[in-house]
Design a protein around this ligand. Structure first.
Ligand SMILES: [Zn+2]
Ligand SMILES: [Zn+2]
Length: 664
């Protein structure tokens, strides 16, 4: 009898190592931690109950699998940031009475909180707010979770003049409990509406936080609503992490490709052509060099380059399925002759026919494949295109060269049999690896994205495709990360993610298997037995959008690109006007050796010239004065080094020409 009673009041708790312990029903995460060890109880900040992050104080009333989260765990970061947002909100309301709080989530690397106040906050308020935050952290107040009746919560916030909070609660589904988190003692404790969970006390926030910037933000993101002040902050587990992050941020700013692109005179983007690039002569040299490099690589790897139309009829996009799925991302153009009367309407009649700028090249490549009969002996067929694509990205999403509305992909499609998927995948992975090495990227990771819930094609086909792709990865002996269910609806996917010099990640290369498009666009080949078969289509890009890859290169190399890519590889600069003739001769010889050289015979001080070319990131400066002209030498200054070395003209040109050779 006693045993049974005990059993009914117990819960079975499964620990991460598989051990099962029995506890009294209502046991909390903190109780469990204390039962294991004192040191664990000190380190722990939250509990995961059946995969859901919860407060340590939450009573557990049924059997569960748990894991205890310590402050040093990665999962703690988001909680530290969320709690820090609460601490900041209290600090702001203490210092600036009358300020209303709205919402304040944790975000990547930090948190923000939106405040309503007649006078917006500025960075000048940061010192005082941070100081107050440190006081609240030091105060070591418990975060106490309370569940309130809905009406009480609405009334409470209204009485306090917190209209935004009252509105938030009114909009919560009636089925949802109104949870309030209090930080501080009794009724005086500062409190906020919040789903939680929170760490045990404000002290757990620690001191590794910093307020970063202010921005205007409309209430609920709607421009018809009131403008709030958003204060952004960053928060980390310790000072070292914070310092690393701040340094990385500084580095990223110094390397920003938009800033460097301006300083180096490479490109610009202007209001009237948002999301499209004006490449200047210097930038276009980089673009051409990259394209030529990729072209050489592809030619040697058995690709055939094609070029397909920019504008195609809606019928075509309907057949490919883009019209139905991507229409809002496409630029659609009416197929009507415009009215030539400047004052009149643009079109005399309502357009009935529509064209669209291509958002991708795939369906056009199928058209080329479909010309004439293909036999299994013709496969694989690899069609490549530096395809200029247009996608109607939202203005807010555009970012320098990184996210554009018009861009050029190093795109290609491989049409092959199912049996060729493995060998073609290995071939492509080998190519990508070689190209990334050429371009100086040794650190990248690979994702393998498998069948999503919503998909087409039989399970047998998916099995075959996934196995082939995964086998290719295994054969390459490169580690990869499986992302279950992340594949495209038409086939599994492999992604190449480059980690740059300051640790940021960029998705670049991709290989996607597609059983869908050949079906939709009726591509086929004649099999050995004379039957008509569908080819498999492999979509693949090694670098992705060239513009974006150039942006990544500029940032990763901090503008000091490998010599073969630099628009101006060498500047010949004179110390005195008396050696102009010799300088011209040096420049001519450099050009004859295939080096992109420029002459600087301006009547300026040499230090001025050096500074200017250094800012423009000119990799090599040949300085010539009377002595160099006399001895047929040059004084070489390399970007990023203070010293200079004098060498014979012949030798200097020879070694520079060697270095300027593209990697392939
Ligand atoms: Zn919260
Ligand atoms: Zn494609």
């Amino acid at each position: 009898m006693e045993a049974l009673k005990t059993k009914n009041n117990m819960v079975q708790i499964t620990l991460p190592d598989g051990a099962v312990r029995a506890y009294d029903s209502g046991v909390t995460g903190m109780d469990i931690a204390e039962s294991i060890s004192k040191s664990l109880a000190k380190a722990v900040i939250a509990i995961e109950i059946d995969g859901e992050l919860s407060d340590l104080s939450l009573p557990i009333e049924k059997d569960a699998s748990i894991s205890l989260i310590k402050r040093e765990d990665d999962k703690a970061l988001e909680m530290i940031r969320h709690d820090c947002a609460h601490v900041m909100a209290e600090a702001v309301q203490t210092l600036f009475p009358g300020t209303q709080v709205t919402i304040g989530p944790a975000i990547e690397n930090g948190f923000y909180y939106d405040f309503a106040r007649n006078e917006p906050f500025s960075t000048e308020d940061f010192d005082a707010i941070e100081k107050q935050m440190r006081k609240i952290v030091e105060r070591n107040s418990k975060f106490v979770r309370e569940v309130w009746p809905r009406e009480k919560a609405i009334q409470f916030f209204r009485d306090k003049g917190e209209m935004y909070k009252a509105e938030l609660i009114e909009d919560l589904p009636t089925s949802e409990d109104i949870k309030i988190y209090r930080q501080g003692e009794g009724d005086d404790g500062w409190l906020d509406l919040c789903r939680g969970p929170h760490m045990p006390t404000t002290k757990h926030v620690g001191t590794a936080f910093k307020l970063m910037k202010v921005a205007g933000a409309y209430w609920r993101g709607d421009s018809n609503n009131a403008m709030l002040t958003r204060i952004y902050g960053t928060a980390w587990r310790d000072q070292k992490e914070l310092d690393t992050y701040l340094t990385q941020l500084e580095e990223a700013e110094a390397r920003d490709h938009r800033k460097l692109g301006r300083e180096m005179g490479l490109f610009h983007i202007q209001e009237e052509a948002q999301g499209s690039v004006f490449w200047h002569p210097k930038g276009h040299i980089i673009f051409n060099q990259m394209e030529a490099y990729v072209r050489r690589r592809l030619q040697d790897d058995g690709y055939n380059e094609v070029r397909t139309p920019q504008l195609m009829h809606s019928k075509f996009w309907k057949a490919s399925g883009h019209w139905q799925k991507y229409r809002q991302d496409m630029f659609i153009v009416p197929d009507v002759v415009p009215n030539n009367n400047e004052e009149g309407p643009v079109y005399d009649q309502e357009p009935k026919e529509f064209m669209a700028l291509k958002p991708m090249n795939c369906p056009a490549h199928v058209q080329i494949f479909n010309q004439g009969t293909k036999s299994y002996r013709d496969l694989p067929i690899r069609l490549s295109e530096f395809g200029c694509c247009h996608r109607n990205e939202a203005h807010g999403a555009l970012h320098g060269l990184m996210r554009l509305r018009q861009f050029v992909q190093d795109d290609a499609h491989i049409f092959c049999t199912e049996d060729q998927i493995l060998s073609e995948s290995i071939k492509f992975f080998t190519l990508v690896q070689a190209m990334y090495k050429d371009l100086g990227f040794d650190d990248y990771k690979i994702t393998f994205e498998t069948r999503p819930e919503m998909r087409i094609g039989s399970d047998a086909l998916w099995d075959k495709a996934e196995t082939a792709l995964e086998n290719a990865l295994k054969e390459m002996k490169i580690p990869y990360q499986v992302c279950e269910g992340d594949g495209a609806f038409y086939g599994p996917k492999v992604g190449f993610i480059i980690r740059d010099a300051i640790g940021r990640e960029w998705g670049c290369g991709t290989l996607q298997l597609d059983f869908n498009l050949p079906e939709r666009l009726d591509a086929n080949y004649i099999a050995p037995d004379g039957s008509k078969q569908r080819p498999v289509m492999l979509h693949r890009a090694a670098l992705g959008a060239l513009e974006r890859f150039i942006g990544i290169m500029i940032e990763s190399y901090a503008g000091k690109l490998p010599l073969w890519l630099m628009p101006v590889q060498c500047v010949v600069a004179t110390i005195t006007g008396e050696v102009d003739d010799y300088a011209e001769e040096v420049c001519a010889q450099l050009k004859a050796a295939g080096i992109r050289a420029e002459l600087d015979i301006r009547n300026e001080k040499i230090n001025y010239k050096v500074r200017e070319h250094s800012l423009a990131k000119v990799p090599a400066l040949f300085v010539v004065g009377a002595r160099e002209a006399e001895e047929k030498t040059v004084a070489i200054r390399r970007l990023g080094s203070d010293g200079q070395s004098v060498e014979s003209l012949e030798k200097a040109i020879e070694s520079l020409a060697l270095e300027a050779k593209p990697p392939y």
